[in-house]
Structure formats: structure tokens, C-alpha cells
Write a protein that binds this ligand. Structure first.
Ligand code: ISL
Ligand code: CA
Length: 563
């Protein structure tokens, strides 16, 4: 496998609105990010992925872009961005931007012109279907509740939006659209940024003729496949973009690709195909979705063996061909410790265990802001406290169907995107040190106990555990490039595997349960004196139990050995 800097890197995702506010208006901003670059340096990450900072009316917090060539006023100016880039580079940090090109804002000048009349020059920049008011062109459901079609009175026609009605989808079949996007992407790369996270990229192709879906209630991932997921056009357009733009720069690209299997992912990331470097898959994010009419909003328990199955398939099928992007949380998902670990007694322990998992798989690890101090989900007691358009639309749609306020809240507590969007908890002062003003979304109450200042003062904190993991990964070839092999496939609580390179073999042991469990490894796997590289358990205890072939694991224990 070819060596590249982005395979050897650890990435850190910033949601700028919630990261750090420098001027007291309650909204995180670019100067805020600049003020925390030393903190990120201390953590040891290499790449920052910054969520959209382009000019936007903020219907979807920047994922609705009004001007691709300008910075959102609340976040600062282009000069602030240039300063951020320079300051990051000075510290050896790379910056990748979010590239949101499945759709724009309905306030983008292209859309304003497009909607003016069917004769407009920009009409075909978007997807229009004539019809009659009240008669939808088909039954497709948008990701944010309600139909994908919005009626436009002026031109007596519907436009398509897979996300909110303020996010009309671009028409990628129009070569002029493609040309505009290439020029824009080049413009940013020429500024010196280090790559892109490409938003919702596998949705840019839509099924010809817009046929009805068989499940009018709510599209789940399977039927959606045929209509706007991973269609051939996506690959044509990515290859074109790669050839014309990406391949002329030393950058990294990671596409967002929900509903994608490892086999489909290889079409994006197999090196010879020259499309993207990695994709974020969602198979492990969807394991706890009941699906069907509940969509993502319910909670379905899943056995650990299912997680092993899913992740193992990604590890094995991409090995030697493409590269994985590994994560357990981001700005669209609940907090990982609340979802896969324990927010109570074992919060820090399980946060470290989950970190060990993501950082020891083959692939580039992505840390989501706050994860490195074990931030948790939030439970606001009223829908009014939530800000997310997806949550607001879900609330409205469910109220119409008669669901109680309490039941809606319960669903939002487990799955709502705002769980990940409460302000970063810097210290135990008012508003967690995020702002001197009124934050745009309330701070999680637990900030007095969970914050960066506390973590930096505690040598056994989650933060220092991440720091050590990141440093260890850099020193080992097996850690980055080694082949993954699953052990104890059927074990209900323990997830264990090895990573093997020509010179080295690592053994990773993770207890995903709150129980003490006994570990029984296959005979002959471990040599006489394995070297313990990192553990979240008491090191002295772990050292005493040097006999790995029969060892007790503490609740949520994690350990990495060189064997
Ligand atoms: O519903 C989905 C697929 O089943 C989603 O995973 C969807 O594709 C995904 O949420 C897209 O997310 C990205 O684009 C959105 C934005 O709101 C998210 O924050 C962003 O990560 C629209 O730009
Ligand atoms: Ca601000």
C-alpha cells in the first residue's frame, strides 16, 4: 500500500459555530479557532476538518451556501480565514474544508435567477419539474421530513431538495454547473488548503424520470439507493473532478457516503479509480436505527458481534485497495460515549476504550470536537431549546401525526444532531468558557465537571490518553499499515484483533461492556513477554497480569500490546 501523509495523519473535526467564540456574540468564529490551535497542537492531531464557513443564511448551519467565495459574517472575514490557514500551517497543521455541492442555499444568486422564470439562463442549474400545485412529481421523502419537492408559485413548478426546502439540489447533469464547481474548488485549493470533506456527495445523481419509490411513508436506505444514492453519474463526476482539479494538488479528500457498502465504497476509493481518497460510511451509525417509518429516530439495541461484523468487513475489503476513514461521532450524530460507551460511572473509562478502538483500526482516525474530553449527549427539557432544522422539522411532522411532546423529546435526546452541537466545554466558568455572551445554543449542564481545563490538569484524563494514542500511532508501522485480523468473533463483550506488518504485531483488546470478563486468547498467539503499549486500566494491575492467555478485563478496559 502506497504511503501518504493522510494515511499517517489523525484528523480533528471542528464545528465552528460551537467551538470558540472570540467576540462575545455567542457564536463560535475563526478567531476563536485560531486561539485554540495550540491546544490542538498539544493534542497532537495533524489535520483539521472545518465544517462549512462560507456565507450562508444558516438554515442548516452553513450547509446552505449563499456564496462559495465568501466567509460567513458571524465567523469573520476572508482575512481571518487566511490568518487561520497561515497559523495552522506554521504549527504543522493542515486544514480541509467542507465542500457542499449537492445543493446550495435558496438565497444563492444562481437559485434566485433560476427561479425567476422557466426561460432564465440559470433555470437548469437546479432540478425543476412542472406540474400543478398540490400534485407532487413523485413520492420521495426528504432527509429532513416532508417531500423533496417544493412548489414555486412564481414559475408554477416544483424544485427538488433532498434536505431542507432552503437547500435546492444542483443539477449535476448541466455541464455549466460542473464548470462553476471546478472553478470554485480550484480557487480554494489555490489558496493553499489541504483538501476537502465532500458533503453528501453520493446523492448528486438522481434517477432518470424521477420514478415513485415503493415505500411512500419514508424512504429508508435500501429503496433510496435506486433514486439518489451512488448512481453512476456520481462516479463520472468525481473522476472528472479528480482529473481536472484534485490530481493537480497534494491534498486529501474524504467523501460523505451514507448507505454505502464496502463493495460500493471501493468504487470511490480504490486507488486506481482516482476518485476520492476515503469515504465516511454509515453502517455502524445505522446499526441502532429501527428503520422504516421510525427512520433514525428510534433506538434499536444491537449486539457487539454486529459491530464486529460490520467493521471487520470494512477493514478486510478495503485492505490493500483503498483507505478507511474511521469515526464514531460527528456533528450529525449523538456523542459516542453516550451511544457506544457509558455516560455515568464509566464515562472516562469508556471514552478511552472507544478512542483506542478508532485509533487502532486501519484507516485515518477522525476525532470530533469534545470527544477528547469525553463530552456527552444533552437533554434539553423543551423542543424550544433545540436549534437544528432536522429536529424542528421532525417535531412538526410528528406533532401532526399525533406523537406526544414527551415522546418526541425522548427520541431527540438519543438521536438529535444537537447532542453534538452544544458548545465546546473549555472550563468551569459561565457558559463553559465558550463565550462571554449568550450562546446560540445552550451549554450542556455538565460542563463544571467535564471541561478542557480540568482535563489538562489531570494526568489520567481522556485528553492525555488521546495524546498518547496519537503519538504511539505515529511510531509504529503496524499501527498505520498493518493488516487487521479479528479474534474471538463470537464473544459478546470483547472486541479483540491484531494488526500485523512485516516487522511487528499488535494486539488490541477492548471490553465493550460494564462487566468484568475473562479473556481467553487462542493458543500460541502471544509470545512470552508481550509489551504493554497503552491501557486505560490500572497499569500496575495490568502489568501483574502479564499472562495474556488467561486474564480478567475490567469494565470497558482497553489495552494495546506488542506481541
Ligand atoms: O439521511 C441521511 C442518509 O440516510 C444522511 O446521512 C444524510 O446524507 C447526511 O445527513 C448528510 O449530511 C450532510 O449534509 C447535510 C447536512 O445537514 C449535514 O450536517 C451534513 O453532514 C446537508 O448538507
Ligand atoms: Ca463570535
Amino acid at each position: 500500500m502506497k504511503r501518504t501523509w493522510w494515511k499517517e495523519s489523525v484528523a480533528y473535526q471542528i464545528y465552528p459555530r460551537s467551538f470558540m467564540d472570540s467576540n462575545g456574540d455567542g457564536i463560535g468564529d475563526l478567531q476563536g479557532v485560531i486561539s485554540k490551535l495550540d491546544y490542538l497542537n498539544q493534542l497532537g492531531v495533524d489535520v483539521i476538518w472545518i465544517c462549512p464557513i462560507y456565507d450562508s443564511p444558516n438554515d442548516d448551519n452553513g450547509y446552505d451556501i449563499r456564496n462559495y467565495y465568501d466567509i460567513m459574517r458571524e465567523f469573520g472575514t476572508m482575512a481571518d480565514f487566511e490568518e487561520l490557514l497561515a497559523q495552522a500551517h506554521e504549527r504543522g497543521l493542515k486544514i480541509i474544508m467542507d465542500l457542499v455541492v449537492n445543493h446550495t442555499s435558496d438565497e444563492h444568486p444562481w437559485f434566485i435567477e433560476s427561479r425567476q422564470s422557466p426561460e432564465s439562463e440559470k433555470r437548469d442549474y437546479y432540478i425543476w419539474q412542472d406540474g400543478e400545485k398540490g400534485q407532487l412529481p413523485n413520492n420521495w421523502e426528504s432527509f429532513f421530513s416532508g417531500p423533496v419537492w417544493e412548489w414555486d408559485e412564481a414559475s408554477q413548478s416544483h424544485y427538488l431538495h433532498l434536505f431542507s426546502r432552503k437547500q435546492p439540489d444542483l443539477n449535476w447533469e448541466n455541464p455549466k454547473v460542473v464548470e462553476e464547481i471546478h472553478a470554485m474548488v480550484k480557487w480554494w485549493l489555490d489558496k493553499g488548503i489541504d483538501g476537502f470533506r465532500v458533503d453528501a456527495i453520493n446523492h448528486i445523481g438522481k434517477a432518470k424520470g424521477y420514478p415513485n419509490a415503493p415505500n411512500p411513508d419514508k424512504l429508508d436506505v435500501v429503496p433510496a439507493h435506486y433514486y439518489f444514492l451512488n448512481l453512476p453519474l456520481v462516479h463520472d463526476k468525481l473522476r472528472e473532478m479528480n482529473e481536472n482539479v484534485f490530481s493537480h494538488y497534494d491534498i486529501m479528500t474524504v467523501g460523505e457516503a451514507p448507505g454505502t457498502s464496502p463493495r460500493e465504497a471501493l468504487l470511490y476509493v480504490e486507488e486506481a479509480r482516482k476518485e476520492l481518497d476515503m469515504v465516511f460510511h454509515f453502517e455502524h451509525m445505522n446499526m441502532d436505527h429501527p428503520g422504516g417509518s421510525q427512520g433514525k429516530w428510534g433506538l434499536k439495541p444491537f449486539p457487539l458481534t454486529r459491530l464486529k461484523q460490520v467493521m471487520t468487513r470494512w477493514q478486510e475489503e478495503l485492505h490493500g485497495k483503498g483507505w478507511n476513514a474511521n469515526y464514531l461521532s460527528n456533528h450529525d450524530q449523538p456523542r459516542q460515549v453516550s451511544r457506544f460507551g457509558d455516560e455515568g460511572e464509566y464515562r472516562t473509562k469508556s471514552a478511552k476504550m472507544l478512542a483506542t478502538f478508532i485509533h487502532t483500526l486501519e484507516g485515518t482516525p477522525f476525532i470530533y470536537q469534545g470527544e477528547e474530553i469525553g463530552m456527552t449527549n444533552v437533554k434539553f427539557d423543551s423542543i424550544a431549546a433545540y436549534r437544528d432544522v432536522e429536529i424542528r422539522n421532525y417535531h412538526q411532522a410528528q406533532r401532526k401525526r399525533g406523537k406526544s411532546e414527551a415522546d418526541i423529546l425522548k427520541a431527540v435526546w438519543v438521536k438529535g444532531r444537537d447532542n453534538a452541537r452544544t458548545p465546546m466545554q473549555w472550563d468551569d466558568s459561565a457558559q463553559a468558557g465558550f463565550t462571554t455572551g449568550e450562546p446560540w445554543i445552550a451549554v450542556n449542564d455538565n460542563y463544571r465537571a467535564i471541561n478542557v481545563e480540568q482535563a489538562l490538569q489531570d494526568p489520567s484524563s481522556v485528553f492525555y490518553y488521546y495524546q498518547k494514542l496519537i503519538a504511539l500511532r505515529k511510531q509504529s508501522d503496524a499501527w498505520v499499515y498493518g493488516r487487521y485480523e479479528l479474534l474471538l468473533e463470537e464473544h459478546p463483550d470483547i472486541y479483540a484483533y491484531t494488526r500485523t506488518s512485516a516487522e511487528e504485531k499488535l494486539l488490541i483488546i477492548l471490553n465493550f461492556s460494564a462487566r468484568e470478563v475473562s479473556l481467553q486468547l487462542p493458543d500460541g498467539l502471544v509470545k512470552a513477554s508481550p509489551e504493554l503499549l497503552i491501557t486505560n486500566a490500572d497499569e500496575a494491575e495490568a502489568a501483574k497480569q502479564a499472562d495474556l492467555s488467561a486474564r480478567m478485563l475490567e469494565p470497558y478496559e482497553a489495552a494495546v500490546y506488542r506481541i
